[in-house]
Design a protein around this ligand. Structure first.
Ligand code: ZN
Length: 116
């Protein structure tokens, strides 16, 4: 049982093509999506590889199922808060949206004339 669990984490258990897929993914996504440090880990995200397989996804190693992480973020994220990256991303987006809206309203309030 222990051996099986260890094998599951190993590279070969991810399939023959995984080392190549991982390498090309990290080549194209050179920076950790959470902190901007050089990426070292191709993390299955937001759905774990196991769940992708359960859903019948034919290629769970496809780049669309991965995100680039550095070792530190990967170790901090795994098993704790898998959605962290996405939530942070949404928060950034909505803040930018609010700023844009605020700016637009201010412009409209200050001037009766359209700016162009
Ligand atoms: Zn990181």
């Amino acid at each position: 049982m222990l051996t099986a669990r260890r094998a599951e984490k190993g590279t070969s258990a991810y399939g023959k093509d995984w080392p190549r897929k991982r390498e090309s993914f990290l080549y194209m996504n050179a920076w950790c999506v959470l902190c901007g440090q050089p990426s070292k880990v191709a993390d299955h995200f937001p759905v774990s590889r196991k769940n992708l397989l359960k859903r019948g996804v034919t290629d769970p190693n496809a780049h669309e199922h991965l995100r680039a992480l550095c070792v530190r973020c990967h170790n901090g994220e795994t098993g704790r808060n898998q959605a962290g990256g996405v939530v942070a991303e949404r928060r950034r987006q909505s803040q930018a949206q609010r700023e844009w809206q605020h700016w637009t309203e201010k412009r409209e309030a200050e001037s009766e004339e359209p700016p162009f």
